[in-house]
Design a protein. Structure first.
Length: 255
């Protein structure tokens, strides 16, 4: 199901690759026979990851369990209170990523998450055909996660620039390139923008290949020729690791 062009739920494999700046243009040139820019184009993405005070969710994720989950609030520009935002649950089980999300104004979404207020349908007209069973189901999943972890609060902001492509023959095949990936653990409001500390060198990219089935053999050959190999990479995980290093050193530095 989609909302404003963005899918509300899906299941797929996501494979990540660190692409150094010197390899990026060569890779784009090789890929152009197989992919084209998708409808999202070049965007700036802003996320607040919600976690317990002791960072239980990301600590568990770093341990690479069979099952892990995250809760985040996402926008595709610096928001104001009325900007469309997405409350997302992202789960990974045995290598398959499942994402479920609902859309509502940023200010309302942040109030619910910050205060632990369940998402409800009370203000909606029960005859409103735009309110689907899927909307209600996803809201219930988010409410259940908030109840399970009890004291969720903003844990970290992660922002980055994304360039997205889709397969020419298979639109379900997606390739994204993220750069200028930054994190911070203070000023936890996306209305303040995407400043923070860099996770990768500024011109390096994190590439993600997202597909429901197997990797096209042509793409595998391109990656092999350019010596680009898959990596285990979590933006939130990297930010959390840097946070721990800063705390041990007694430093906190943001760009």
């Amino acid at each position: 199901m989609e909302n404003g062009g963005y899918k509300e739920s899906f299941a797929r494999k996501e494979t990540k690759y660190h692409v150094p700046s010197g390899t990026y243009e060569k890779l784009l040139d090789e890929l152009k026979a197989y992919v084209k820019p998708d409808v999202y184009g070049d965007t700036r993405i802003f996320n607040i990851y919600y976690d317990t005070p002791d960072y239980r969710l990301i600590r568990k994720s770093i341990e690479k369990p069979i099952y892990k989950e995250k809760l985040r609030l996402r926008t595709y520009k610096v928001p104001d209170a009325e900007t469309s935002a997405f409350v997302e649950i992202k789960k990974k089980y045995e290598g398959i990523v499942y994402k479920r999300r609902i859309s509502l104004p940023y200010g309302e979404a942040k109030r619910h998450l910050d205060l632990g207020i369940p998402f409800q349908e009370l203000e909606r007209d029960i005859l409103d055909e735009t309110v689907s069973f899927t909307d209600v189901q996803i809201e219930n999943e988010i409410n259940s996660m908030m109840k399970l972890y009890k004291r969720l609060r903003p844990g970290m902001i992660i922002s980055y620039d994304r360039l997205a492509f889709q397969g020419i023959e298979d639109p379900g095949f997606r390739v994204t390139f993220d750069k200028n990936i930054r994190w911070r653990d203070r000023d936890m409001d996306l209305r303040s923008g995407g400043y923070g500390s860099l996770i990768l060198p500024e011109e390096d990219r994190l590439m993600e290949i997202k597909i429901a089935g197997s990797m096209p053999i042509e793409i595998s050959h391109i990656l092999s020729r350019l010596n680009i190999y898959r990596t285990s990479f979590s933006k939130y995980g990297r930010g959390y690791a840097e946070k721990l290093v800063n705390e041990r050193r007694g430093t906190r530095k943001y760009a």
